[in-house]
Design a protein around this ligand. Structure first.
Ligand code: CP3
Length: 345
């Protein structure tokens, strides 16, 4: 069965039987089972425990009937073994002990050796793939810009002032930082694929903070290098960001096989702008999950109507599932997408 996943087929533009659907952050605080585990362990303890990773990653496939699992981990995890000291705080996200602002801050960072540094993750991936087969597992990393934004700012940021300052004032240091993070991304994704991940997504969640010219000069070459390196693994590659409507034509030039689109732009507009060679994934406003079902279903149906008959389309949210979402609502949404008339069915 493993060649016939409708998610993988849609990424490749091959004929499939129904519109595929999965959700970013489909494992998380909206699930009572997840919240129970979180009462016993910190997030980072969970993200390094083979049995927790396996359970939390597999559950949404079993509970919701989604067409793909995404590894339960975090974009920060591969930075630990590189020598970055950080915590993840509730409602705040990553907090970095010593932000990187100078060449001296960057020098001590070690390159990642994925399988040696994070063996529990790759053992989990093997267990997850055996458990959820024939449903595919999506591996992921953060993108260099988004990772750099945490490393340079020291945590979440509104204006990215230190990141942009480094980009403009210390272009050599910026390039060195992007380069090291790009190697981490390829090393970590390559290992995830070798252990069973059948697609990979790169989260550039905050890249929408950049103007088009800065994106093209300071980020695009790194992303092109990454997607070039990943081509040899022959799995679909998804590139996701938020606030990106102006960047999408440049993001297409990365060579990713799928672009993840947030809720700010209608998918029909994106399709018209980018053509049919790239698959599109998205883009229901996550807050629609907190509305009453008639509202959620009509907003979702509007998106499905727009993408009707599009062979390179995967339903998802425009960003992660919010903690206040309810499981029943998500399950109804999966059923709605699967029941939508599809030409291949
Ligand atoms: O999508 C999934 O189901 C897979 C799991 C996943 C997590 N983080 C689990 C997580 C993925 C893909 C990520 C990626 C991630 N982490 C991103 C990129 C995607 C995005 O959301 O834009 C970013 C920016 C981070 C950094 C980060 N880690 C943030 C902003 C937070 C949330 C802080 C909060 O309390 O709201 C985290 C922690 C985190 N990562 C949680 C989960 C389930 C919550 C941890 C908890 O239980 O307290």
């Amino acid at each position: 069965m493993s060649g016939t996943s409708r998610f993988i087929r849609a990424c490749r533009g091959e004929i499939h039987d129904a519109i595929p659907v999965w959700f970013m952050r489909q494992a998380g605080r909206y699930q009572p089972g997840y919240r129970r585990l979180r009462e016993q362990y910190s997030f980072l303890e969970m993200a390094h425990s083979e049995s927790v990773i396996t359970e939390v990653t597999s559950r949404p496939v079993e509970e919701l009937g989604v067409d793909a699992a995404i590894l339960f981990s975090d974009i920060m995890i591969p930075l630990g073994p590189m020598g970055i000291d950080f915590t993840i705080e509730e409602h705040k996200g990553p907090v970095i002990a010593r932000p990187i602002r100078t060449a001296k801050d960057l020098a001590p960072l070690r390159p990642l050796s994925a399988e040696e540094d994070l063996p529990e993750i790759f053992r989990s991936i093997e267990r997850i793939c055996a458990r959820i087969d024939p449903v595919p597992l999506i591996g992921f990393t953060g993108a260099p810009f988004t990772l750099a934004s945490y490393l340079v700012e020291g945590g979440a940021s509104k204006y990215y002032e230190h990141t942009k300052k480094m980009m403009w004032e210390q272009p050599d240091l910026w390039r060195e930082l992007m380069d090291r993070l790009a190697h981490t991304v390829v090393e970590h994704l390559g290992a995830q694929i070798r252990h069973g991940a059948r697609a990979v997504q790169i989260f550039d969640s905050w890249v929408g903070a950049l103007g088009v010219e800065d994106y093209e000069r300071c980020v695009l070459p790194t992303m092109q290098w990454i997607f070039d390196q990943l081509r040899m693994f022959d799995v679909p590659t998804i590139y996701f960001g938020t606030g990106t409507p102006a960047l999408l034509p440049s993001m297409k030039h990365t060579g990713a096989s799928v672009l993840g689109i947030d809720w700010r732009i209608p998918l029909a507009t994106v399709r018209k702008q980018l053509g049919y060679e790239v698959a599109l994934q998205g883009n229901l406003d996550p807050m629609a999950l907190l509305a009453s079902w008639p509202v959620t279903s009509s907003l979702a149906t509007h998106i499905l109507d727009m993408m009707a008959g599009d062979a390179r389309y995967i339903f998802n949210l425009g960003h992660g599932v919010p903690p206040g979402a309810n499981t029943q609502h998500l399950k109804q949404l999966v059923d709605l997408v699967h029941a939508y008339p599809y030409p291949g069915s």
